[in-house]
Design a protein around this ligand. Structure first.
Ligand SMILES: *[C@@H]1O[C@H](CO)[C@@H](O)[C@H](O)[C@H]1NC(C)=O
Ligand SMILES: *[C@@H]1O[C@H](CO)[C@@H](O)[C@H](O)[C@H]1NC(C)=O
Length: 207
């Protein structure tokens, strides 16, 4: 009766132990960089890099929307603007559509669905929508939020992705303190052939 359930924790512990030992006991004594490939790190995520302003010049990870919008890999944008929307939550018509048109929207999460935000960005002429958290007191500040369709009969035709709040706060506060209307980005960047140690991730993150 108890055999299975009682053994489970032991079996799990043994499996974990084997996972740790097996790679280390190989003849090549692989380093950590051989074990963890860039593919493992990417795992369906998309990356973009900021090229200006210089203080934000890093590679950032996005978690693409699960079931709405289009794929980020369908079109690559080089030297495109990343623009903070007004209002910041993009839950109503975007007022700074002149700045946003042809660029990528940076939008605060909350107050309406991710799909509504994406559609409002699309209507304003944005090429893609990036959602993030601007509140460093938020419980979700350090987590990726899964963006799903809101089950209305609407659809977005631009890509949407979630950026870690830790990045969002720093990008927004840096742009505001430099009084810059936007950052310049390349999106997506293909890291498939970049070794993990060479990925230029923000120093304030561990990944
Ligand atoms: C949309 O519908 C699916 C399937 O019924 C459900 O699992 C999901 O929670 C709904 N999503 C929202 C945002 O209401
Ligand atoms: C990156 O390049 C590889 C190889 O050319 C390709 O298979 C992959 O789809 C590309 N990924 C992105 C995100 O463009």
């Amino acid at each position: 009766m108890c055999a299975l359930t009682c053994l489970n924790p032991i079996a799990i512990a043994l499996n974990l132990l084997l996972l740790v030992i097996a790679p280390l006991s190989g003849v090549h004594h692989p380093t950590i960089h051989d074990i963890i490939t860039t593919q493992d790190i990417i795992a369906g995520d998309v990356f973009f890099e900021i090229t200006e302003p210089a203080v934000l010049e890093y590679t950032y990870r996005l978690r693409p929307a699960k079931d709405f919008g289009v794929s980020f890999v369908s079109q690559r944008f080089t030297g495109i603007g990343l623009v903070l929307t007004q209002p910041s939550d993009a839950c109503s018509k975007i007022r700074n559509y002149r700045e946003l048109r042809g660029n990528v929207a940076l939008i605060k999460r909350g107050d309406c669905s991710f799909l509504t935000k994406t559609i409002n960005a699309e209507i304003a002429g944005a090429k893609a929508a990036i959602m993030t958290e601007f509140d460093d007191d938020s419980a979700e500040f350090e987590y990726y939020i899964e963006m799903v369709h809101d089950n209305t009969s609407r659809e977005a035709h631009i890509p949407a992705g979630f950026l870690l709040g830790k990045n969002g706060v720093i990008i927004r506060s840096t742009l505001m303190s430099l009084r810059r209307p936007h950052a310049i980005i390349n999106i997506p960047v293909n890291l498939t052939f970049v070794p993990p140690a060479q990925i230029n991730h923000p120093p304030w993150l561990g990944w």
